[in-house]
Design a binder for this molecule. Sequence first.
Ligand SMILES: Cc1cc2nc3c(=O)[nH]c(=O)nc-3n(C[C@H](O)[C@H](O)[C@H](O)COP(=O)(O)O)c2cc1C
Length: 169
Amino acid sequence: MKLCIAYYSPGENTQKLAFSVAGKLPHLSPVLVDLEYESLPTDCDHYLIGFGVRRNACPMQVLESLALLPPSRVAFFVTAALGKNDAYEALLTRQIQAFLPEHTALLGLHQCAGALSQEGRAYFEDQLRTLNQPELYEKVVRECYGHPDENDIQSLIAFCRVWLEEENT
Ligand SMILES: Cc1cc2nc3c(=O)[nH]c(=O)nc-3n(C[C@H](O)[C@H](O)[C@H](O)COP(=O)(O)O)c2cc1C
């Protein structure tokens, strides 16, 4: 069984999760791929693909990369300042499904909070200026600070173990 862990992570939050998960699965020797600079390999059985949400969307670089996927099982992990929420899960799953080749099986999408970079703060400040809700901005910045943390890493590993174990039963 060959596993690829790919990430698109200009702010390095999602990359941190990718490295941590890869470190916890040494027996699988996962192939690590940075989608900012590399393409998805076409010879894996499982793909774990991560990204940080930008402007309420999955980055186009990630969506376009999915065309290369061979018949395989594919799971996603996501970091976002707003953290885990059902509305994002539904929205992102719809975006991903529109680009996933039919010969792949979507295993699920795991979400966690990711701290804001300078650019991310500027984006939220801008959004909230138009909405006139500065207290909401404060809350977002406060609550995502320090994420992804050790709990986020453990919960992503637990998510992966579920479908990796399914494979072996
Ligand atoms: C330009 C920009 C837009 C963003 N838009 C959103 C957004 O719509 N919703 C959200 O929850 N977080 C948003 N964020 C925060 C990122 O999703 C979060 O910081 C994420 O962890 C970044 O991932 P990365 O560090 O792996 O690149 C945005 C960040 C940037 C820089």
